[in-house]
Design a protein around this ligand. Structure first.
Ligand SMILES: Cc1ncc(C[n+]2csc(CCOP(=O)(O)OP(=O)(O)O)c2C)c(N)n1
Ligand code: SF4
Length: 277
């Protein structure tokens, strides 16, 4: 166990009460408890309030364009498989601007942990409806409420057999630490969609709203049953399960040995060496 202070970066510029604080703490705590040194961890993000998370950590960090988190993080997994790779971002970044990359990361199943700070709005740009906003969500661009049905990213990830699919809650930090540790240990692409209250722009899905609904999956829950996992991914209005909903057991499909034949691989080494950290 390392000292969590080893991972401390700049002072967060989030609103007081934002759900992102607990997610930042949970990532640092999981790294400390897993004894992963700052030099072995990489956190990649795009743009947004959640996209600032790596700014507040002292590990290897990469801040990319809005929605481009996953291809960048995927490249890191290929160049240096020794690193523990995290991708972090908001629901807009991951499921909107980066929606295409999300689909293909699910297919390719690279070995990384993807944490989506899901406040169900675009936070940084002042609360517009995002892909996970419910029908009727009011915002500057939807004064009469958004008309599109919300995307269910967990169901999508379960259907495409991601390595593991979990839901966390910022208000259950210790539980989230365990989800992060489990995701890091699981081969392939591990999605953790974290319910993250945005106290400034989401006046519906508040801390209290979640506390009245969120419950932890039982210890004996079997995450290998895809149909059951889908049913839990769809539970929302009255009761919202948190925990590892699904585990496919699928290894990454883009391990270098799967992509490049043995004869060609040695020729790539000098090229890859230029990018190794
Ligand atoms: C390609 C592109 N489109 C739009 C923007 C403007 N923009 C910056 S942050 C942001 C919203 C971020 O929302 P989300 O990803 O949900 O993260 P949050 O701020 O809620 O954490 C948008 C639309 C941009 N920077 N680049
Ligand atoms: S606008 Fe919302 S998501 Fe952004 S820092 Fe404030 S509370 Fe957090």
């Amino acid at each position: 166990m390392r000292d969590i202070k080893e991972y401390a970066g700049g002072t967060p510029a989030w609103c007081p009460g934002c759900g992102d604080f607990a997610i930042l703490d949970a990532v640092k705590q999981a790294l400390a408890e897993m004894d992963i040194s700052p030099s072995r961890a990489v956190v990649v993000s795009g743009i947004g309030q959640a996209g600032k998370l790596p700014h507040y950590m002292r590990v290897n960090t990469l801040n990319t364009l809005h929605g481009r988190t996953l291809p960048t993080a995927t490249a890191v997994t290929q160049v240096n498989p020794q690193l523990t790779v995290f991708a972090v971002g908001g629901d807009g970044d991951g499921y909107g601007e980066g929606g295409n990359h999300f689909l293909h990361a699910l297919r390719r199943n690279p070995d990384m942990t993807y944490i989506v700070c899901d406040n169900r709005v675009f936070g940084l740009t002042k609360g517009q409806a995002s892909p996970t906003s419910d029908v009727g969500t009011l915002g500057g661009l939807t004064p009469q409420g958004t008309v599109y049905p919300a995307l269910n990213p967990l169901a999508l990830a379960i259907m495409l057999e991601a390595g593991s699919v979990a839901r966390g809650f910022s208000g259950a930090k210790e539980h989230l630490v365990n989800l992060i540790k489990d995701a890091v240990r699981t081969p392939g692409f591990s999605l953790i969609d974290v319910l993250q209250p945005c106290v400034s722009f989401n006046k519906v899905n508040t801390w209290q709203w979640y506390r009245e609904r969120v419950y932890e999956l039982e210890a004996d829950y079997n995450p290998t049953d895809q149909q059951q996992a889908l049913a839990l991914a769809r539970q929302w209005d009255e009761q919202i399960p948190i925990g590892v909903l699904y585990r496919s057991g699928r290894e990454s499909s883009i391990a270098p040995e799967n992509l490049v034949s043995a004869e060609l691989r040695p020729n790539l080494e000098p090229l890859l060496d230029r990018y190794r950290v």
